[in-house]
Design a protein around this ligand. Structure first.
Ligand code: PMP
Length: 463
């Protein structure tokens, strides 16, 4: 390496280290952070991200710097109420003190694990999940994200099927508009063409049925049986999040459970987005009282302080991993920083009854949003969801963007769902205060009034 490059890199890293050590920046430092950030994204991260932001933000150069509670601040100190919740991460708000303390305490004596000795916090975190998850889900495998949790769950289902099914084709059935992640295995069971097509062929023997329709699942399994396609598992979300907050009929999951048992197929519940209280119960499956064979988790599991994913299964289903614990591994999975965050997050979630808060605040917000729908019927077509997983469906993508952009200008962050830019999500922390909820409704009403006027004037596409 050239000496001049070494010195440049030392200087640049020292600059960043000095900046990150400060929670407040002087005006010149603030401006320098914005200039550096834009140029680094343009040259080294991805200029496409900047282009996208120009099209959907009132200030594409907004750079975030600080967060606490239910709000975050850009580098110049502008406050935003977080109604996006990091796509479902910030159930406990930003930097919840119990989670931060857990991680800081752990960090004082060990950050990552040796990989050879036994790490005690992984044991406690697994014990807690076994206590708190439905049915006899018991053994946990920790990883680093939601998609990895689903990869592991799918592999575990296939290991099970290999043992008992005749022809080993090991298919998976998933749902239309289901979202399970973007790594190759999870993408194979994700139900949207635009993300899949560039990567074909994906994993083979994946079939899709409409979400919420138990008979369709039964019929598909009958077809598979008739033509000799063995199916290892059915995977579904308790509420479809990225599809736009679709809640299935009450009897859907009880029927799914029966059908899976009838055809000897494992049921994987993807609780990556619905878990940790998001829908008003600790896990989304609690609404139907159904226990899956494998459950996957992520997003809020690390208390919005450390990224962590996990799958948990019954002892019977976990057997292949007991026989060979090294058939599925990941270096960082279950590390002490992550598992201390899980323990802190579960403690805070239970102590503050986050599921109840999500249920009550979600119901309050949905009622107000219904009021706004009645007031602006041409603009807002539908309000859907459960707990604090809420989707607002606008009359067109343009109108949806216009509302989200207007809200951004008003200091409230929301975003579209991955499947539909028409449906905007409201996924705030469960720790929202009444004042913040009032503000969200007032500001949304104001922005909707402006967008409705644009629609009437023909300045926006209405369909
Ligand atoms: N499953 C569901 C239900 C999700 O909502 C998501 C993320 N939106 C994932 C899996 C993937 O999680 P990650 O982005 O952490 O890989």
């Amino acid at each position: 390496m050239k000496e001049s490059l070494r010195l440049d890199a030392l200087r640049e890293s020292r600059k960043a280290l000095d900046l990150m050590s400060k929670s407040e920046l002087r005006r010149e430092e603030q401006d320098a952070v914005v200039t550096d950030c834009l140029s680094n994204f343009e040259r080294y991260v991805n200029p496409g991200i900047l282009e996208y932001r120009k099209s959907c933000s009132t200030d594409y150069a907004a750079v975030e710097w600080r967060d606490e509670g239910n709000v975050f601040y850009d580098v110049h100190g502008k406050q935003f109420i977080d109604c996006l919740g990091g796509f479902g991460i910030f159930m406990l708000g930003h930097r919840h003190p119990t989670v931060v303390k857990a991680v800081m305490d752990q960090l004082q004596h060990q950050a990552l694990h040796s990989q050879e000795l036994l790490d005690p916090m992984r044991g406690y975190a697994s014990e807690l999940l076994a206590m708190l998850t439905p049915g006899d889900l018991q053994y946990s495998f920790f990883c680093n994200s939601g998609t990895e949790a689903n990869e592991g769950a799918l592999k575990l289902a296939k290991l099970n099927a290999k043992r008992k099914k005749a022809n080993h084709c090991n298919g998976i059935i998933s749902c239309l508009r289901g979202f399970h992640g973007k790594s190759l295995g999870s993408l194979s069971v994700t139900g949207k063409a635009a993300w899949r097509e560039p990567f074909h062929p994906l994993a083979s023997n994946v079939r899709f049925v409409p979400y919420g329709d138990a008979d369709a699942l039964d019929k598909e399994l009958k077809v598979c049986d008739t033509v000799g396609l063995d199916i290892a598992a059915f995977i579904a979300e308790p509420v479809q999040g990225e599809a736009g907050a679709y809640v299935p009929p009450d009897d859907y999951f009880p029927k799914v459970r029966e059908i899976c048992d009838k055809w000897d197929v494992l049921f994987i519940a993807d609780e990556v987005q619905t878990g940790m209280g998001r829908t008003g119960t600790l896990w989304g499956m609690e609404h139907s009282g159904v226990a899956p064979d494998i459950m996957t988790m992520g997003k809020a599991l690390g208390g919005a302080v450390i990224p962590v994913g996990c799958f948990i299964s019954t002892p019977k289903v976990f057997e292949p991993l007991v026989e060979n614990p090294y058939i599925h591994t990941t270096t960082f999975g279950g590390n002490p920083m992550a598992t201390s965050a899980v323990i802190g997050a579960l403690n805070a979630t239970l102590a503050e009854d986050i599921p109840r808060q999500a249920a009550e605040k979600g119901a309050w917000l949905m009622e107000r949003f219904e009021g706004l729908r009645a007031k602006h019927p041409d603009l807002l077509h539908e309000v859907r969801g459960r707990g604090l997983l809420i989707g607002l469906e606008y009359c067109s993508e343009e109108a949806g963007y216009a509302v989200a952009t207007g809200l951004f200008g008003e200091g409230v962050l929301t975003a579209g769902t991955l499947f539909s830019a028409k449906t905007f999500r409201v996924e705030p922390p469960a720790t929202l205060t009444q004042h913040e909820m009032d503000e969200i409704v007032v500001r949304l009403d104001r922005v909707m009034g402006r967008v409705e006027a644009q629609l009437r004037a023909g300045d926006l596409v209405a369909h």
